[in-house]
Design a protein. Structure first.
Ligand code: CA
Length: 359
């Protein structure tokens, strides 16, 4: 009797465990992800697409994420609200589009004259940046994760040469984030326009200058046909896109799906950075021969100095008003101050020294 009882108990335990395992394996999850971008905007859209594929592969097809571009949902700059409200479990966008709701979100994308991509990733993953980013996004009921970095962005396309700060006055320009406020201080009429409407706005004279990303993404947009002066960057030295996830949706996932999603986001973000770099290198090489009319320019030093001064004023104003902005900004600056010493002696000196002998 005793033996039979033991077998029965063992069998019951086995069945319970098997049922639990089966239930976990069979859990079907269907999510929707909205993007700020139209579905054709590579390489940005490759990050969410890679997340969806990896998550599906890692869960045997049980966790499926359907992606929707801005051409369908028509709300390119409302991703945060839609994810917060639960219409979409997930979004792919850029944090600085929410600057109007909370200024601190802007400096989580990039900072004018701030960290480069290596420094920023080191800060995010190993310098407390991710924790601070989540502290900012807690109030929105969403989780935020890095979503792919463009590296240094070009300073934008202008119809005329910028020879002095006076040349900026009265200019109508699309430029988002804190950089927009910097230009506004220098007399520019600043606007933000959804990515899908940039060329038309430039063509119709709604704007007469704009910044977008870098050669890999800019040249196929055709901006150079209207505004051939192409300036080097200062305003977005390491633009990080972001994944946003509705907290309730994420918290209700089985732990193994959460782990798969987090791993997939980090892989996809890293991969997008590599891909964008390769695209820009290709486009830059092709530009000289295919588009000889593009005039590559740098801003004169007095213009850069005015941008830096205005940039400090904008950041310091926000820091004085908002303790969390100050906490994030101070953390970034402290980290950059330390990291930049290493960047200089490693990357900068490597480039300067090797330039002497590598032709
Ligand atoms: Ca940009």
């Amino acid at each position: 009797m005793k033996r039979v009882g033991t077998i029965a108990l063992t069998l019951a335990a086995f069945l319970l465990a098997a049922t639990a395992t089966f239930a976990a394996e069979a859990k079907k999850v269907r999510w929707n992800m909205a993007m700020t971008w139209n579905s054709t905007l590579t390489p940005f859209v490759n990050a969410p697409e890679r997340v969806a594929k990896l998550v599906s592969d890692m869960t045997g097809g049980n966790f499926v994420i359907k992606i929707e571009g801005a051409e369908k949902h028509k709300a390119a700059l409302e991703i945060l609200d839609m994810v917060k409200g639960g219409q979409y479990e997930m979004g792919h966008s850029a944090s600085y589009y929410w600057k109007g709701k909370d200024a601190t979100t802007a400096i989580l994308t990039t900072v004018p004259f701030g960290m480069n991509v290596q420094e920023q990733n080191a800060w995010l993953y190993y310098g407390g940046g991710m924790q601070l980013m989540q502290k900012v996004y807690d109030k929105f009921g969403v989780y935020a994760f890095p979503g792919g970095n463009t590296g240094v962005q070009m300073g934008g396309w202008f119809k005329k040469e910028i020879k002095s700060v006076d040349d900026l006055k009265g200019l109508k320009m699309r430029i988002p984030g804190v950089a927009g406020e910097v230009f506004a201080k220098l007399g520019v009429n600043v606007t933000n326009i959804a990515p899908g409407e940039l060329y038309t706005s430039l063509d119709r004279g709604v704007i007469d200058a704009l910044e977008w990303v870098g050669p890999g993404m800019d040249i196929k947009m055709g901006f150079h046909k209207i505004a051939p002066y192409y300036y080097t960057g200062w305003h977005e030295p390491a633009t990080d896109l972001q994944f946003l996830i509705n907290k309730k949706a994420f918290d209700s996932l089985p732990p193994e799906y959460q782990a798969a999603l987090k791993a997939a986001m980090q892989v996809a973000a890293t991969d997008m950075h590599y891909e964008n770099f390769a695209m820009s290198a290709d486009a830059w090489a092709a530009m000289k021969t295919e588009f000889p009319n593009i005039k590559v320019m740098t801003f004169p030093e007095p213009v850069l100095a005015a941008m830096k001064k205005a940039s400090d004023e904008v950041h310091n104003d926000y820091a004085a008003k908002d303790p969390l902005f100050k906490e994030v900004f101070d953390s970034q600056n402290t980290f950059m101050k330390k990291a930049r010493q290493w960047t200089k002696i490693s990357e900068l000196y490597y480039l300067l020294e090797s330039e002497k002998v590598v032709k």
